[in-house]
Design a protein around this ligand. Structure first.
Ligand code: SAM
Ligand code: DTB
Ligand code: SF4
Length: 325
């Protein structure tokens, strides 16, 4: 079964049992209540259902990126009004990390708008990782593609997680990004895994993908072996000036379904309700938690776009009886 629509492309070193795209599509086709019941059942077998892990993002280098990811406000080639900013200094990053910890985050995720880091970029980031870790926070970085040896340097500095997304199904990928290949992403993920750093890998929905392609993304993530520890599911934030700004918005219940299917196919992973929360009602977010989401980005900004205020999330957690991990 080498047809891409039927089976997930395997990374070079993978031997995981496959869940075919058709199997994943069948989950999407279940009646909503049956799907959520199955997802919540799987969730309860592996996690405390009332606990959610909180990560705070910090854009350590913003805008001016050479890549052409069709969703991204930070690509230099799109006129999105983002103000480019060079690498933040260590003290400012530490101040943001202290604030995140004080607000209740357990992990601090540093994001840079790079195709990938050059060595002279990586050195100051290693200092940031060491310093943030010394505050007692878990560390995460998302810096683009890694070359041989870079993941090991990040590991030595104390990096706990590396975020690098597959973003969408292989057969739709070329419609969204042309400046790097799907296999480049799998190669970076392998480097991260081989350096013994936890893998944070997910995707975006609402890009105009078909249901089969949405299922294809989940099948692909589920085929990573071992499965990623953390799986961010982003709902496209439509940013004026990007090629995808006018994509018809995905129905929020379809997003909830995507979370549920991810939970079922990646039973032991933290499934992160990621970008797009600001546009969601409390009721939609509650359904996402019921569907098995058990981590969020916490803090008033994602990288460049908005996210719910700390206080709104604290109220939501209180009303749902959720606790931060
Ligand atoms: N430049 C690095 C890279 O591409 O790997 C790291 C940062 S990049 C902004 C991290 C992820 O953010 C992307 O892979 C994508 O999944 C997500 N993302 C970017 N723009 C988004 C948007 N407008 N809506 C939802 N998710 C978005
Ligand atoms: C991920 O999957 N989502 C986060 C994080 N990893 C780096 C980023 C979302 C970015 C949303 C658009 C922005 O704020 O620029
Ligand atoms: Fe650059 Fe990352 Fe945005 Fe792509 S997603 S344009 S690589 S910052």
């Amino acid at each position: 079964m080498n047809d891409m629509t039927q089976a997930a492309v395997q990374p070079d070193n993978a031997a995981a049992p496959r869940r075919s795209v058709a199997d994943v599509e069948a989950l999407f086709a279940l009646p909503f209540n049956d799907l959520l019941f199955q997802a919540q059942t799987v969730h309860r077998a592996h996690f405390d259902p009332n606990t959610v892990q909180l990560s705070t993002l910090c854009s350590i280098k913003t805008g001016g990126c050479s890549e052409d990811c069709g969703y991204c406000p930070q690509a230099a080639r799109y006129d999105t009004g983002i103000e480019n900013q060079g690498l933040m200094n260590l003290e400012d990053v530490l101040a943001a990390a202290r604030a995140a910890k004080a607000a209740g985050a357990s992990r601090f995720c540093m994001g840079a708008a790079w195709r990938g880091p050059k060595q002279r970029d990586l050195d100051p980031v290693l200092d940031m990782v060491r310093a943030v870790r010394a505050l007692g926070l878990e560390t995460c970085a998302t810096l683009g593609m890694l070359k041989d040896g870079q993941a090991e340097q990040l590991k030595d500095a104390g990096l706990d997680y590396y975020n690098h997304n597959l973003d969408t199904a292989p057969e739709f990928y070329g419609d969204i990004i042309t400046t790097r290949a799907y296999q480049d992403r799998l190669d970076t993920l392998n480097r991260v895994r081989n350096a013994d750093i936890h893998v944070c890998c997910g995707g975006i929905v609402g890009l105009g993908e078909s249901l089969t392609q949405r299922a294809g993304l989940i099948a692909q993530l589920a085929a990573l072996d071992p499965q990623p520890e953390s799986v961010p599911i982003n709902l496209l934030v439509q940013v004026e000036g990007t090629p995808l700004a006018n994509t018809p918005p995905l129905d929020h219940l379809e997003f909830v379904r995507t979370i549920a299917v991810a939970r079922i196919c990646l039973p032991k992973s933290f499934v992160r309700l990621s970008a797009g929360r600001q546009s969601m009602s409390d009721a939609t977010q509650a359904l996402c938690f019921l569907a098995g989401a058990n981590s969020i980005f916490y803090g008033e900004k994602l990288l460049t776009t908005g996210n719910p205020e700390w206080a709104r999330d604290q109220q939501l957690f209180e009303s749902l009886g959720l606790r931060a991990l």
